[in-house]
Design a protein around this ligand. Sequence first.
Ligand code: EPZ
Length: 439
Amino acid sequence: MDKLVVTGGQPLTGSLPVGGSKNTALPLMAAALLADGTTTLTNIPALRDVYTFANVLRVSGASVSFDESAHQLRVDARRIDHPEAPYDLVKKMRASFYMLGALVGRCGQARVSLPGGCAWGPRPVDLHLEGMKAFGASIELDQGYVVASTPNGRLQGGSFRMEPSSVGATINLLLGAVTAQGGSRIENAAQEPDVVAFGETLKQMGAQIDGLGTRTIEVQGVDALEPVSVRNTPDRIEMGTFMVAALLAGEPGVPFRVKNGHHPHLGAAFKKHVADTGATVVYEDDVVTITPPDRIRPTSIATATYPGFPTDLQAQWGVLMAHADGTTRITDTIYDDRFKHIPELQRMGLDASVKGDTATIHGPTDFKAATVMSTDLRASVSLVLAGMVAEGTTDVLRVYHLDRGYENLEQKLQQAGIDIHREQYDEFSEPERVAERTA
Ligand code: EPZ
């Protein structure tokens, strides 16, 4: 198993490049299944989740080729003859559940494993299923699988209001509705940039969609969609992570650049809170220049759906607030139990408490190095950030979580001056003293 070994105290200098978006790449790969031909996707990050989704597509009959060095992925979906997404793959990655909408949209039927549990609490898919039913699908559960069928090989269309607003349910319903016999309406739809970029690609493929980026999306079903070549958007969460890294480990008063991102996708709330820390930020086309203040000002946040503060950046923000002069509150209104990183950060000296959906953080904290355990994607990167400013050398274990969403993170950080490298370790080895005293 891999771990990252981070020795703190080196300032982050120069710049960091942002790669393609994971959370846009996955629905784009699902959309490719809707077209009887070969779809080409560029700026696709070489991430574990992309490899998993490629295998999910292959099980359904698609051929997938991925040139990692060119970040170009091709999906040949001419022959989709096995409308199923197996548990062995879906259990690795919830977004595999997008196969429900993609297979119903393409084949009029689907057998897709339910995603199962998640590190930070219940993440049901009831809105996906209720929405499919509202659009005319029959839904049954069979041995942990959702079995969806349609009257004559296509959804009818219909109207569905989701509460709460869900990124995944919006994507799944769009995948089904674009080839429905009639029209569909999604109310309280997700407005996240990933959803909009995905929807715009469906329109490029020939779909008829209005209202992307608003709470009400209208779709008029069409008979077939065409394959396209499309460029994936930059990863807004990686971009936000790098901006937080600059505030945390950059040199006060020294500009740091985050390159190749698309800053409007950060959302107004995140930008406001970054400014509230006392940072100076210049937003230009695909470059953000951020200059850390002498002291980080305490800035409490509450996550929300886009354009609110992204829940995928709250763990990173918590580490930054540990460096602030004072007490801050981090409230996650999307997931009420996404604080698995806090006990690990407390091993590094964090002074914090968690109550319900809120973590209270007392700064400033001088982190001390320790061995810490990753529990999920964004929690793991927050541990790397803490290690970058800790006194001593921190081992961040189980970084397979991090590899799901950050491409070549240690190489990128090394190029920006951070002392970090990857090592293998044996998760199940016993301490030496045990071996010595085992007869
Ligand atoms: C997407 O997950 C992202 N994943 C998540 O990022 C992100 O945290 C989340 O949106 C919120 O922004 C991908 O894009 C692959 P939701 P998703 O459905 O679609 C509840 C990362 O780190 N809900 O918008 O699963 C749900 O429990 C990942 O990259 C229902 O109640 O999120 C949650 O409280 C982690 N019933 C809320 O809605 C449903 O049927 C929002 O979830 C569906 C969702």
